[in-house]
Design a protein around this ligand. Sequence first.
Ligand code: AMP
Length: 341
Amino acid sequence: MKTIATLGSHCALQLLKGARDEGLRTLLVCLKKRANLYRRFRFIEKYVFVDRFDEVVKTDIQEELMREESILIPHGTLISEVGVDLVEKNLKVPIFGNRWILRWEADRVLKEKLMREAGLEAPSQLKPDEIDRLCIVKLPGAAGGRGYFLVSSSEEFNRAAERLMAAGLIKSVDELYIQEYCVGVPVYFQYFYSPLEDRLELLGIDRRYETTVDSIGRIPAKYQLESDIPLTYIVVGNIPLVLRESLLDEAYRIGEAFVEASKKHVPPGMIGPFCIEGVYTESGSFVPFEFSARIVAGTNLYIDGSPYSKLLYDEPMSMGRRIAREIRLGVERGELDKLLT
Ligand code: AMP
């Protein structure tokens, strides 16, 4: 029997609960300092303790995972704490999904390319001397909005860039990514693509709860101006969302276009969970600005299923459980090779 393994963070509880519900074995690569938390949950059967998550590529740890016939489920912590280089070159444990597409998520140039190929028009990128409207400036790395800031002129940008260089946060201005700010309400689509059924499923929708951006509106404008609170987008949680039903068809088309583009440009293409993130503007159009090529933490909302998963399944179907179901089907049909890289 296969073991579902993951790093103890991000959405590990959901993933391992889902695996257990599908009758698979569960293993957690757990930081020693988090043992107390994860020991509370009985669906975790086996632990491999580490001091740091990047130890997952150490030979003895990988051998232990292989002995258990583990399939590793990648999530945001694998990207941020282990990194795509080690995942591509040093991680021998099979991964559920396409490990090569993780680089396309982490690299802004590749990310934009894949989105363009999928017909997803992201807000335009500007050069420092082109800033003539409200722009959001993004720092390198998948840090979940940490350090992003807004500017509306080249002078303002140059001052901020100099401060960042003086603080040693960037080496050159070229590391900063300037994007037109899109006024709208954020919406995150949580998809699952099944290679076994050749079917896309929209399993949930959420929005993020970010500080300080979601807290500034809680104080009157007078104090906002006086206190000059820095705008940050640090995610502290997620809020469930349902979409107007008339927008659902477009949501499916967006996901399907992304799957098709990924097949063409990053073989074997998107496998399993992914997320497309953007805003709906005043004209009611969706402007995408990001994708995550793996499970997102917003799926933790729906451990017991979402309104959308309920329409597709007559049982509670979390993203974690959906992954485990696909793996179980892959084993039963002898088609696991279609799901792992
Ligand atoms: P990201 O790291 O790109 O997912 O962005 C973090 C947060 O920044 C998002 O959740 C949005 O709230 C905000 N954001 C990113 N890009 C834009 C944009 N072009 N326009 C408006 N808000 C954005």
